[in-house]
Design a protein around this ligand. Structure first.
Ligand SMILES: *Cc1c(COP(=O)(O)O)cnc(C)c1O
Length: 515
């Protein structure tokens, strides 16, 4: 059998100063280019019998690079060791509790990966016709139906690649709907506690952001909302439970008020695990909902990994959904059962092919494995866990909104900062050394020294207890030790305290692939 190199040997790589010193336990990790040795490469077996076409027959002269791209030249053995070493320097959901609020970093069952790896799913070419991909289309339709049942909506698009992409899709749907009513509306209302992607999506969607403040309950200030509602409002974007982990108590009145001026209600359902099987956005009066399958329905995320942000809509918005959409055809038993259909007034594609389809396969596996009762139990335990943490740490940390929370709780290190000079950032850094990932800090923006903890439903009572004990120990240190001592943590993580501003502003280009 033929074999082919997986790295490009000629040209050499920059650096090239591979070290023979033991690499494990070093403070800094060499880059792959530093490990590079001219002429070393790895090999893999050819996967097809199709003969290779010389590059000059494929790409016209003016468009070909003059020199081969400079890649690191390493053996398979060095490559595996490099990435294994790096992986040991990471904290991940597979390693321990990761209470990063609003991110839903829960454990993802491996059975969902097993489903996504099935050759019959993973090996299908996206351009294969519907007649040959009935299984995939059936999977899409079944997932769409499940998501509609969960959210109380009429139909959904599975195309958007992530939550933010779903938001933009939803806003384009909002625009298309108003235009079909013969109206051009300019404003979209967002509460001040909203996730940062919301105002960004509103701006990208061509609308103007109107912010409404939260009141002392942590909910939308109804008087402030009434003051900004007029016929130029295209809609409102809400997260419910909101990013303070609190349920919007006035959601029915909000829906009535926004619909009253002809606006639409958009539901940011990134973190659906608070309400699964308990309450549905459709029943609360929402018209558009996006879901982060990679937060709620089992796909590992973070670091920019692939996600999926399907958008479900109420009946009146179905004609505008992105297309083509997979649809079940009722042809009285003749095949194919499923076909691609483009809605009459579709806003067009928002992703190539059919979205991140293997994320969709994982989500359906997760939903079916849990069933309706299981999904409800997920919500109950997610909410119970967050409230247990809230109750246990009340008094040790400030609790800005003293009422039952949903799937996450926002604490504050405000008193700690004012009395002892120990900030939320210090608590987060100190926690890393206790074996936990840090919570989200300084978000929502409206809470001073915010520590936003989302324990998720997958952590056991023992883990929650250990997390609470660590946070209590840190609080005790803050009260009794010199604040300079806490500011020195962490000691044993691969990197200690980064100068985040400098890291973002002074980029060091180590390698330019164009040369
Ligand atoms: C994560 C999140 C988003 C954005 O989702 P991405 O998939 O990261 O684009 C939006 N809203 C809320 C409330 C979130 O938690």
């Amino acid at each position: 059998m033929m074999s082919e190199p997986t790295t490009v040997p000629p040209g050499g790589a920059p650096g090239g100063k591979a070290s023979s010193a033991p690499l494990l336990g070093r403070d800094t990790e060499p880059t792959l280019f530093e490990l590079s040795h001219a002429g070393r490469h790895s090999w893999s077996l050819r996967t097809t019998g199709i003969p290779e076409v010389p590059i000059d027959q494929l790409v016209p002269a003016g468009h070909r690079r003059e020199k081969p791209v400079r890649l690191a030249e390493v053996s398979e053995r060095d490559l595996v060791a490099h990435f294994t070493r790096l992986s040991h320097r990471q904290f991940s959901v597979d390693l321990g509790a990761y209470p990063l609020g609003s991110c839903t970093m829960k454990y993802n069952p491996k059975v969902c990966d097993a489903v996504a790896e099935l050759p019959g799913l993973a090996g299908v070419h996206p351009a294969a016709p519907a007649s040959l991909t009935q299984g995939w289309l059936g999977l899409f339709v079944e997932l769409e139906e499940a998501l509609c049942e969960i959210t109380g909506m009429a139909a959904a698009t599975l195309q958007p690649a992530a939550g933010a992409a779903g938001e933009l899709t939803g806003l384009l749907l909002m625009r298309a709907w108003h235009e079909a009513q013969g109206q051009v509306r300019h404003k979209v209302i967002i509460p001040d506690s909203a996730h940062g992607t919301n105002p960004a999506s509103v701006t990208l969607g061509g609308f103007e952001v109107v912010t409404v403040p939260s009141d002392e309950r942590g909910c939308v200030n109804m008087a402030a909302l009434a003051a900004v509602l007029d016929e130029d409002v295209a809609g409102i974007m809400l997260t419910n439970p909101n990013t303070l982990g609190l349920f919007e108590e006035d959601i029915a009145s909000i829906a009535a008020a926004v619909h009253g001026v002809g606006g639409l209600l958009y539901y940011d359902g990134a973190n659906l695990n608070a309400i699964l099987g308990v309450v549905r956005p459709g029943d609360m009066g929402f018209d558009i909902v996006h879901m982060n399958l990679h937060k709620t329905f089992a796909t590992p995320h973070g670091g920019g990994g692939p996600g999926a942000g399907p958008v479900a809509v109420s009946e009146r918005l179905v004609p505008y959904l992105p297309g083509p959409r997979p649809a079940r055809m009722d042809k009285g038993g003749t095949s194919p059962t499923y076909e691609w259909v483009t809605p009459p007034r579709s806003i067009g594609r928002v992703h190539t092919w059919h979205g991140n389809s293997l994320v969709l396969a994982r989500a359906l596996a997760y939903i079916l494995a849990n069933g309706g009762d299981g999904l409800k139990r997920i919500a109950e335990i997610a909410v119970l866990n967050a409230n247990w943490i809230r109750q246990r740490l009340t008094g040790t940390y400030d609790v800005p909104f003293d009422r039952p929370c949903m799937h996450e709780v926002v604490l504050s290190a405000r008193t700690m900062k004012h009395e002892h000079g120990v900030r939320a950032l210090d608590v987060a850094k100190r926690l890393l050394e206790e074996g936990f990932h840090a919570p989200t800090v300084y978000f929502p923006l409206i809470v001073e020294e915010a520590l936003m903890i989302e324990p998720t439903e997958t952590e056991s009572p023992q883990t929650l207890q250990a997390l609470a004990e660590s946070l209590e120990r840190i609080a005790l240190e803050a009260n009794t030790e010199d604040s300079g001592w806490i500011a020195q943590f962490p000691h044993f993580t691969p990197v200690r305290r980064l100068d985040e501003a400098r890291a973002a502003r002074t980029l060091i280009p180590t390698f330019d692939a164009r040369n």
